[in-house]
Design a protein around this ligand. Structure first.
Ligand SMILES: N[C@@H](CCC(=O)N[C@@H](CS)C(=O)NCC(=O)O)C(=O)O
Length: 210
């Protein structure tokens, strides 16, 4: 399999999941500005939408959309417990969380990441995103991970996104004017994530300052 990624972007989420599961996946870096791969391929020929992550399967099938890719990966090794079994209420809870992260957090960051272009809209978008993070902080008050007592693909996704508000450890792009200083549960969760071997390795493999 091949995982197309942009360093420090949302593709860090499936990258972490690949490492957690110890899967044999080739990492293919896409250039942020030219949208070319290192071997010179135009990424738009691979994903017409032009965005990462994209997972290419052994048979050539291409899977898009981060929340789907991480579930596909988790289902390759169900015993690892990174996603509850399909059809269970726990799986729907996981999908509920992934949907929330995708639409409220991931896309909630966009105006902050492009603050100059977004102009005044930032003043609407920032408090909304802060409110969503306050909910996550409260949610983490009595559980070590987003879905309960063990790590799931939802934690990998939230980790990738939350990095955008932690500009200090990111080298280059993806810096949002948002800080989580008052969110103690989130802060503790983030510190725990950074200790995980799979996370550290993904950060190192993407060449991020850590
Ligand atoms: N709906 C997609 C969105 C992915 C997305 O926003 N990817 C960004 C990085 S976080 C990207 O590749 N941006 C570059 C571009 O759109 O040209 C998903 O959830 O997988």
């Amino acid at each position: 399999m091949k995982l197309y990624y942009l360093p420090a972007s949302c593709s860090l989420s499936p990258h972490i999941v690949v490492n957690e599961l110890g899967l044999d996946v080739e990492l293919i870096r896409v250039d942020h500005t030219t949208h070319k791969t290192e071997s010179g391929l135009d990424f738009h020929d691979i994903n017409p939408h032009g965005y990462v992550p994209l997972l290419e399967l052994g048979n050539g099938d291409r899977l898009r959309e981060g929340p789907v890719i991480v579930q596909y990966l988790a289902d390759l090794k169900p015993d690892a417990g990174l996603a509850a079994p399909a059809g269970t209420m726990e799986r729907y809870r996981l999908q509920e969380m992934l949907g929330f992260l995708s639409t409220e957090i991931h896309k909630g960051f966009i105006p902050l990441l492009y603050a100059r272009l977004a102009g005044n809209y930032v003043e609407t978008a920032r408090p909304k995103l802060e409110k969503r993070y306050q909910w996550i902080d409260a949610h983490l008050a009595d559980r070590p991970f987003l879905m309960g007592d063990h790590f799931t693909v939802a934690d990998a996704y939230l980790f990738a996104l939350t990095g955008w508000g932690q500009a200090a450890w990111l080298k280059s792009y993806y810096k949002a004017g948002i800080h989580f200083d008052e969110l103690r549960n989130l802060e503790a969760w983030y510190a725990r994530m950074r200790q995980r071997h799979a996370v550290r390795r993904a950060i190192e493999e993407e060449g991020l300052a850590f």
